[in-house]
Design a protein around this ligand. Structure first.
Ligand code: NAX
Length: 326
């Protein structure tokens, strides 16, 4: 058998992980023939609950789950990891201002970035899911100067998948047949789902949809506010779909996309006028355990407005946490 890969997951007692951990243990990330060691991080007060989840993992008797580590110490959780999925974050509590939420999370991801820097494999692949995901990933990367910034990414894939499904329903096609969809910017209601380049079996998606007003006035806000709609309906935030998106993001990064576009939040190299280092949702193609941003796509007036709006929000978030980075 192959040597086991080590995958750290934070927020292990939470609701996303109640789905995510079972998918990873089942082989959905690295494949059915690859043994996996899960290294689970949560707060000290959640250790008992993580223990319960681990009992259930054991009770699945997954053939390739080689070992499970439970800890509240990031340096134990991130030791020698190949992949890290950072789900745990501070949720907004009653009366908490946005600025307080930003700085509470900045503190968490500063510590976790430093721990990754110290103990993770040098080519570790990191996905930040915990909100505000893009800015948390930015802080993680800034706090891990010895790791390649391009290996610390944020999750835009749920927005991407949400948009795929809505377009598929409207155009009467299968979501798997939609290619070249892009979701730009922040994982927040300002994100910009861009269908201008999308095709279905070679036909332009905008033609198949045939309703620009629906796209602008329904699709974009539906995807942007989907998280809130799920909370309203379920009384809890999206969890299984978020776990699924995290699996999709990491799976594609590890195994490649055969030329297909996916949306990933990645540290900017300056393309599209996004300041270097800002973690921004972009279309990307994955191959050989790496990804390339799709470059040189033209912008029109509408896309420029949407793009600038979501970029401004991220620059504001960066300014909100910059003092903490020192
Ligand atoms: P839960 O509140 O169910 O679970 C969070 C878990 O994280 C808890 O067990 C908590 O003890 C733990 N935790 C808190 N601080 C920690 C720290 N410093 N180190 C380790 N663990 C810590 O939340 P859940 O529904 O699982 O959502 C987790 C995060 O994902 C939230 O920030 C949420 O906003 C975010 N989401 C991001 C999405 C995205 O597309 N990027 C979509 C889904 C989700 O809303």
């Amino acid at each position: 058998t192959k040597p086991a890969v080590r995958v750290a997951v934070t927020g292990a007692a939470g609701q996303i992980c109640y789905s995510l951990l079972f998918r990873i243990a089942n082989g959905d990330l690295y494949g059915k023939d690859q043994p996996v060691i899960l290294q689970l991080l949560d707060l000290p007060q959640a250790q008992g609950a993580v223990g319960g989840v681990v009992m259930e993992l054991e009770d699945c008797a997954f053939p390739n789950l080689a070992d499970v580590v439970i800890t509240s110490d990031p340096k134990v959780a991130f030791k020698d990891i190949d992949a890290g999925i950072l789900v745990g974050a501070r949720p907004r509590s009653k009366g908490m201002e946005r600025a307080d939420l930003l700085s509470a999370n900045a503190e968490i991801f500063k510590v976790q970035g430093a721990a990754l820097n110290e103990v993770a494999k040098r080519d570790v692949k990191v996905l930040v899911v915990g909100n505000p995901a893009n800015t948390n990933a930015y802080i993680t990367a800034k706090s891990a100067p010895d790791l390649p910034a391009r290996n610390i990414t944020a999750m835009l894939r749920l927005d991407h998948n949400r948009a795929l499904s809505q377009f598929a329903k409207k155009a009467g096609v299968l979501s798997q047949d939609i290619e070249k969809l892009a979701v730009w910017g922040n994982h927040s209601p300002t994100m910009y789902a861009d269908y201008r380049f999308a095709t279905v079996k070679g036909k332009p998606l905008p033609e198949l949809v045939g309703d620009e007003a629906w796209y602008r006035d329904t699709l974009i806000p539906t995807v942007g506010k989907r998280g809130a709609a799920i909370i309203e309906a379920r009384g809890l935030s999206s969890a299984a779909s978020a776990a699924n998106a995290a699996i999709d993001h990491m799976h594609d990064w590890i195994h490649g996309t055969n030329g297909a576009w996916v949306s990933m939040g990645v540290a900017s190299d300056g393309s599209y006028g996004v300041p270097e280092g800002i973690v921004f949702g972009v279309p990307a193609v994955c191959a050989n355990g790496d990804y390339e941003v799709v470059k040189g796509l033209p912008m029109d007036d509408f896309s420029k407005t949407k793009f600038d709006g979501t970029l401004k929000e991220l620059l504001d978030e960066r300014d909100g946490v910059s003092a903490l980075l020192g």
